[in-house]
Design a protein around this ligand. Structure first.
Ligand code: SAM
Ligand code: SF4
Ligand code: SF4
Length: 369
């Protein structure tokens, strides 16, 4: 199959940032009345895994041009932007990538972000998504720096299947050790994310449920998504979450649980015997755009309003061009106030973005999952 490398440089205009745009409280909502609550920050586009559904080796090979260090937002730039986002209503920041633990001195950034407070004085929910390979070594220092908790990705317990899926020969034991270290360090509650690809790892659903049941970790099953332009996504490889729940329920009876918040992406299911809970994230079969309060800041400082966007707004250019904090705040408010993205709701409908756009979508490793 021929695969294309998509350009990373599509840029949306920065709106006029003179004058004030936000309400006096600073809080902003978009055209669908969705507030700005979550910020995902991609701190590196590099990764030590080559997960087949995210960074396939045919594309992300030794000749692939990752971003040079000078293109990355510095920790000071990230902190400055994060401060503005928090003033606009962000309460939760997730560091991601690529593999965020590959970014040198990430603990320093965490220390800075942990000092931020919401307008009414609360600390942020500060978390990080990792493939777990470096977690055993880093869990304690991450916790000491002020990280609240972690989400760890793990797609199989079967070692040879896991090695095939990460395509970099990492063992399941590395990740399980990382999860244990994170638990010991108090980075809890730990969430474990499994991307389910029908025909590849769906036979691992029940073993994964069995393994994490009663462990305190919350296992979440994610529908394989058509994100990016390089993974050769096909609907036939999506296993609807309803079937995931059915399969687990046959072995370990489940009952639905109430969502913690309206913006929660996962639907919760509890084990009837009290063995904890699982979550299912039905990004494909049950779109949750109506409650999507997430903004994404790419590795090089572009603001994306949707995982499936083809272009981002160049905040790095704005700050390196000398904009004041007020101007940055106004620009971000205006960008959010103009947001109408709801890709998953429109997927497959007549008003869906054109197929031409598909080849231009940014990669998950760049925009942050
Ligand atoms: N490297 C870290 C990790 O794997 O946890 C953080 C970045 S990764 C892009 C974030 C999450 O996106 C992971 O849980 C990964 O499994 C998920 N992901 C990547 N590509 C995906 C796809 N096509 N569909 C669904 N989830 C995907
Ligand atoms: Fe790396 Fe995470 Fe993508 Fe896997 S899912 S290739 S670990 S960024
Ligand atoms: Fe949010 Fe876009 Fe995903 Fe919808 S498709 S939930 S708007 S990121």
């Amino acid at each position: 199959m021929s695969r294309r490398i998509i350009p990373l440089a599509d840029v949306s205009a920065i709106p006029d940032f003179s004058g004030a745009a936000a309400s006096p409280s600073g809080l902003v909502t978009d055209t669908l009345a969705r507030p700005l609550r979550d910020l995902r920050i991609s701190v590196t586009d590099r990764c030590n895994f080559r997960c087949v559904y995210c960074m396939p080796r045919e594309v992300f090979d030794k000749d692939y041009q990752f971003l040079p260090h000078a293109a990355l937002l510095s920790f000071e730039e990230i902190e400055r932007l994060a401060r503005v986002f928090v003033a606009h209503g962000v309460e939760k920041i997730r560091l991601t990538g690529g593999e965020p633990l590959l970014r040198k001195n990430i603990e320093y950034l965490i220390e800075r972000l942990a000092l931020l407070r919401t307008p009414d004085g609360r600390p942020l929910d500060l978390t990080l998504t990792t493939n777990g390979s470096l977690l055993a070594r880093k869990a304690r220092s991450l916790r000491d720096a002020g990280l609240s908790r972690v989400t760890v990705s793990l797609d199989a317990l079967d070692d040879s299947l896991f090695r095939r899926m990460n395509d970099a020969d990492f063992a399941v034991a590395d990740v399980l050790n990382g999860i244990e270290a994170a638990q010991d360090a108090g980075l809890t509650p730990i969430k474990v994310n499994m991307v389910v690809k029908r025909g590849t790892n769906d036979q691992e659903i029940v073993p994964m449920a069995r393994h994490f049941k009663g462990s305190g970790a919350i296992l979440r099953f994610i529908e394989y998504m058509d994100v990016g332009a390089s993974n050769g996504w096909n609907m036939s490889e999506v296993l609807p979450s309803a079937q995931v729940v059915e399969r687990i329920d046959t072995h370990f009876p489940l009952e639905p649980r109430e969502a913690h918040t309206a913006a929660e992406t996962a639907q919760r299911w509890g084990y009837r015997d009290g063995g904890g809970e699982i979550g299912v994230i039905s990004s494909v079969t049950r779109a949750f755009c109506d409650s999507c309060t997430r903004a994404r800041l790419s590795t090089e400082g572009k603001l994306y309003l949707c995982l499936f966007a083809v272009a981002g707004h160049d905040l790095r250019g704005l700050i390196r061009g000398g904009a004041t904090d007020e101007e940055v705040a106004t620009a971000i408010a205006r960008i959010w106030q103009a947001r109408g993205d709801r890709y998953s709701q429109l997927r497959g409908s007549a008003s869906a973005p054109s197929r031409d756009d598909d080849a231009r979508r940014v990669e998950m490793s760049y925009i942050g999952g």
